[in-house]
Design a protein. Sequence first.
Length: 268
Amino acid sequence: MSNNAPIGMFDSGIGGLTIAKALMQRLPQESLCYLGDTAHMPYGDKSPERLKEYAVGITKRLMDLGCKAVVVACNSASSNALDEVRAVAGPEVPVIDVVSPVVDWAVSHNPCGEFALIGTRATVQSGLYDRLFSAKGGKVTSLATPLLASAIEEGFHNGTISKAVVEAYFADGWAAEKDAMLLACTHYPLVKDEICAQLPSQVVVVDTPAIVSERAAKVLSERGARASAKTQSDRFEVTDWTQAFADGAAHILGTSVDLFEVPWSEIQ
Ligand code: DGL
């Protein structure tokens, strides 16, 4: 496969674009092929079986598009469907998830740390973060914050609604004594300011997009698969065209994007 083939990425909606933006900054010579599964958004309230089904279909689509790597830019899918993505991608195509790089980073930067995490129900209920942290001797306290991703997808960030929702989730001060906060949903960096406002300044909010893009750079370098120059423009697909996605993409990426609708019936 050519090194100039695109990196495939997916999420339920705009959240994975926070990772895409960091990848564009870290690896500007790479081309991206992003799929937002808006027809099935939110992923956070879906069963593991559904998430596996969606992840398999999308990975097949990314393979059909000739992607050289897959970034599972979604915690819910990374926590519930990573083996399935790897099985479809095959041994030649590296798969980068958004969970293990962050756990590795957190434990290596603060081995005795007490970590807090917010994520979707699907992510928290999978127990993957707990398992990875405890395997490395780390401790994490998790809270499912199911209202947040859908609100953010609808454009409610940096405003009174997102502020009120975040305040409600942190009202009892459960995270105030922790060393670091992990935003275990790729939508959440869009409400990072609101989250920081609820935490004492000693609680570090971990920068997931930067950590994941660094891991992607490392994996591609180890395989000798880095692109030498950007030879094609980035492609953005959704399974259901929504104005919210178009607006969210423009907000995150700082420019409007051509958005192609690929209905789920064509992906399965
Ligand atoms: N952004 C995704 C995640 O990281 C999915 C959020 C959702 O669709 O519920 O989990």
